[in-house]
Write a protein that binds this ligand. Structure first.
Ligand SMILES: [Fe+2]
Length: 447
């Protein structure tokens, strides 16, 4: 593998330290554990991230996708595996993404952002492309375009409705149509696709669902093709404005109600739900965002609440915290429904200090707990794994990879979500480091 020729002092944050890629694809069966793995956790924890095969990428978001997984069974950690998601972009880096006729090849995916399961398929996702299916051992099965019905990119942040089993998602693009909405039935059939009008080529990383609606975020991070040479042709636009679009889940563009909000950017909502005529959205809100590597993304996000008052035709905005955080998650059972608990990774002064602590919020009682990680350690996204059959929303465990610079290795850490500020109940010691990445899922055997 060729390594970057960039002088060390100029190496961007996403290629240094534990952001730097690993190059071995490993299968490790003999894992050491401190503590006791809850025997109720039967399944696999998978997490995706950018891991440039060449050793270099122009931006953190643009490395080839590598999945890291740990299987838990009978109170044991039976394996750790890491595998590239094998896409045409991985095998042929020089190929063209846009044809001379202007057609986008949605199979040229980094496949690096998230990994989910729906209708029995495990999908590696990246927002500019089609999903790629992988198996339970992280081997790539191939591209999944919903039986040739999908004709846009698919966000890396679809939502599975816990009540209907539907998979709701959208795709955005730098070229028209800029936004397309999709609804997939519980059996995996793509049943609806609708073009949605937005002001321009906005980067819509994530979105929101509720019991009856979806909420689009039309925010001022827009494509600017004059920046193509930078590798990330997206910039803040002071003139674009910002708005939220509410649409019935089986609606069309004509049904979208748009609500103006103060300009900002949100990569990741925590959750959203309906409260009568109001829609409540808890989000990790950046006051302003930069995609430039020169400033490591700018000031980090803070948990914020938007309340869309549909009767009054306006949005009420209020901060829920003043401490930076990202990668918000809730129990999958409350997605689109009223949540009480949420989890986030605490963030230091910039994105390279992501996950320096973990945080649990009780948004009903306006309280929070912090899980400290130890000197220099950094965690990833906190993923909630429920105790099967449990009634309480927080009865389960938080799973996340934690990197320790003292050993240059990572652990899969298991934290009792009801004893959040206590030490982990188990640490599964991996014989390698897991580079800081993006999103993951707990995939229980019984789901
Ligand atoms: Fe994301």
């Amino acid at each position: 593998m060729s390594q970057s020729a960039t002088p060390a002092e100029k190496t961007p944050f996403h290629l240094k330290g534990n952001f730097a890629p690993v190059f071995d694809e490993r299968t490790e069966l003999d894992l050491q554990v401190t503590g006791a793995i809850p025997p109720q956790l039967e399944g696999r924890f998978f997490r995706n991230g950018a891991n440039p095969q060449s050793g270099w990428s122009p931006h953190w978001f643009l490395g080839n996708g590598m999945l890291h997984g740990v299987e838990l069974r009978g109170g044991r950690a039976t394996w750790y595996r890491n595998r590239y998601v094998r896409t045409p972009l991985l095998d042929d880096p020089e190929g063209a993404r846009i044809s001379p006729e202007g057609e986008i090849d949605h199979t040229r995916s980094c496949a690096n952002t998230h990994v989910i399961r729906h209708a029995g398929r495990i999908l590696a996702l990246e927002e500019g492309s089609f999903p790629f299916e992988v198996d339970e051992n992280l081997e790539t099965v191939g591209v999944h375009d919903f039986g040739s019905k999908l004709h846009s990119a698919m966000t890396a942040h679809p939502r599975t409705c816990p009540e209907t089993g539907e998979l709701l998602f959208f795709g955005y693009s730098a070229l028209p149509p800029y936004l397309v909405y999709h609804r997939v039935a519980a059996d995996g059939t793509l049943v609806q696709s609708e073009e949605i009008e937005v002001k321009g080529p906005t980067m819509m990383h994530d979105w929101n669902i509720t019991r009856n609606h979806v909420v689009f975020m039309d925010l001022p991070m827009v494509f600017d093709l004059s920046l193509l040479a930078s590798g990330m042709p997206i910039r803040w636009d002071d003139d674009y404005g910002a708005r939220l679009g509410v649409m019935p889940r089986n609606g069309t563009n004509d049904d979208v109600e748009w609500y103006e909000i103060d300009p900002c950017y949100v990569f990741h909502p925590m959750n959203s739900y309906e409260d009568g005529d109001r829609i409540v959205l808890d989000v990790a809100r950046f006051a302003k965002l930069s995609m430039s590597l020169a400033d490591d993304g700018g000031a980090p996000a803070v948990l914020h609440r938007w309340i869309i008052d549909r009767a009054a035709g306006k949005v009420i905005e209020q901060p829920l915290d003043d401490r930076p955080g990202e990668f918000p998650r809730v129990h999958d059972r409350v997605i689109g429904l009223k949540h009480r608990f949420g989890y986030m990774a605490g963030v230091g002064s910039d994105l390279s200090a992501l996950g320096t602590s973990l945080r649990k919020y009780d948004v009903e009682r306006d309280s929070s707990w912090t899980h400290e990680l130890g000197a220099g350690c950094q965690a990833g996204e906190p993923v909630f794994a429920p105790n099967p059959g449990a009634a309480a929303e927080d009865e389960g465990w938080i799973l996340t990879f934690v990197y320790d610079p003292a050993t240059d290795k990572s652990d899969l850490v298991i934290i009792d979500a009801q004893e959040f500020d206590k030490p982990p109940v188990a640490r599964i010691h991996l014989p390698t480091r897991v580079p800081f990445g993006f999103h993951g899922s707990w995939l229980p055997d019984d789901a």
